[in-house]
Design a protein around this ligand. Sequence first.
Ligand SMILES: Nc1ncnc2c1ncn2[C@@H]1O[C@H](COP(=O)(O)OP(=O)(O)OP(=O)(O)O)[C@@H](O)[C@H]1O
Length: 259
Amino acid sequence: MTYITVNRISKKFKRRDQITEALRDVGIEIEQGTFVSLIGPSGCGKSTLLRIIGGLETADDGDIRVGGVTPIEAQSDKQFGFVPQAPALFPWRTVIENMRLPFEVNRKGGRQTPEQSEEAKELLRSVGLGEFLDAYPKELSGGMQQRVGIVRAFASGAPILLMDEPFSALDEITREMIRYQLVEIWEKHKKTVVFVTHSIREAVFLSDKIVVMSNRPGRISEIVDVDLPRPRSHELEETSEYQRYVHHIKGLLRERWEQ
Ligand SMILES: Nc1ncnc2c1ncn2[C@@H]1O[C@H](COP(=O)(O)OP(=O)(O)OP(=O)(O)O)[C@@H](O)[C@H]1O
């Protein structure tokens, strides 16, 4: 079932006398419970598109529906969980207290149920943080903090997760490890995820669908359905099917870059 429909949206930013055309005529359909990545050159409008889907920015033209309502309505109905580039944890709260935050902020005073609290702990254990429930963010590495941010989004109750380059500040090895943990969690929870990345390998490994965007003004150059088996594990990256997708997307990006 199509859950998010982006229909021919465009967006320009005006700053003093300068107009930047960020997105032109962009359309995507996102099915419920799928993992969709947005990839493209720097400045092509990936974050803008993510923010428009999440109701944090409005489009100039076109229409977006999220489960039949506008992004702003979906946002006030707490449909979105955001995972930004840097982990947004409160330093004065422990890990487990940070996990409770979405419930306190979003649920109009509603409390996390004991089942939800148990699920939060289970998610933390699944990313190797079972020993750190009572630690403060400053006692964790950057990669550990980002893992808290990711599992918190999964534990938040929001059906749609919007992730804006959540691994960009991590070193290559940590990034790879968290990617494997993310795929495992996602395959268990099957939330609808829109994920912005610069990494072709990461996009192919994680996604059901990859939206390849061209240089500014951001347009869609191709939407690639990734027909690779799940569950996905690191052995997949050695297969020729996986390599073929990587090669294809690399070619699309190179082609657009050279235009
Ligand atoms: N609030 C804003 N005001 C003015 N211009 C903006 C604003 N937000 C984004 N832009 C411009 O819109 C264009 C698209 O920006 P956006 O951040 O969406 O790109 P991106 O593809 O996510 O880039 P990157 O991969 O480098 O993070 C850029 O030229 C940027 O300068």
